[in-house]
Design a binder for this molecule. Sequence first.
Ligand SMILES: [Zn+2]
Ligand SMILES: [Zn+2]
Length: 361
Amino acid sequence: MKAAVLESAPGDLVVVDDVEHDAVGPREVLVQTGAAGVCHSDLHYMQGKYRTRMPTVVGHEAAGVVLEVGSDVTYVKPGDHVVTCLSVFCGTCEFCTSGRMVLCAKRGTRRGRGEPQRLKRAGADISQFLDVSAFAERMLVHENAVAKITKDIPLDRAALLGCGVTTGLGAVFRTARLRPGSTVAVIGAGGVGLNVIQGALLAGAGRIIAVDQSAAKGELARSFGATDFVDASAGDSVAQIRELTGDGVDYSFEAIGLKPTTEQAFAMLRPGGVATVVGMIPLGTSIEIPGVDFMYEKKIQGSLMGSNQFRTDMPRYADLYLQGRLKLDELVSARISLDEVNSAFEEMQRGSVARSVIVFD
Ligand SMILES: [Zn+2]
Ligand SMILES: [Zn+2]
């Protein structure tokens, strides 16, 4: 099958047509990929900022149609539409059974070392990226890496639920548990940041301040629910937030993954406020925050994939979209073929797009 392979990092993807998947195991699902989003996290691995085993087929935000299921699978059947999620869960560990599946160690959800791997090329193993490997015509995944969704939502929109939407909305609903009426700042109005903004709107935030380096993002951020826009290129964003709010915000969200913006997210809190870090901060980076702020009960916390419970969350998000309450159409800035994937990452680095989505025939 056709797939985009990453041989080494830093490096570009190579689109080839001779990647093979193994036969479907008892608890596995084979999915015909309908669409896959081009996510910033893929780029982190391609640039070597995060490490993964090579060669690999990247991509992790996808939706498709079930082609075949293993002998023990009862959750889905061929023909069902599913969204894949990298938060594959074992279902039996303490994290899973206490509702924090994103922290699962994923035991038993991957092929063992001695077993044939899920993906191969020219007889050699290809590592499965984040348990999904979505930039391929088919995905062979563990059954607990898919959420069943209604066929009413188009696959190119549904794909976005697989990472960007779930990460953004989940950070608001599940990690921060935002209280209605509160004041929010969102640093970074890209694919994830826009979803934090619309999540804050859905959760009933009073004031939603979007912060971005690019003044051009202001209009887009407002259309997703931001009430104010702070142009970070026009001066200290913390000072600008204080000017707008007086004493800072109740909740801040960092959706870029950088040291200075993470420190700003904490600095812009009012007493009792909570900073939630959604962005992927490069390995080896330390964050410095003033210790005295703990005297004011300020908090900072991480959010992994929006602390999701994706089999519950994704069908609900699909419903919100179908009711016209969740913006997905507006998130897709370009529909491309797999062959154009490298140029989509170049576009992303120029900061010009919300989301490119690869559409498979
Ligand atoms: Zn588990
Ligand atoms: Zn992602």
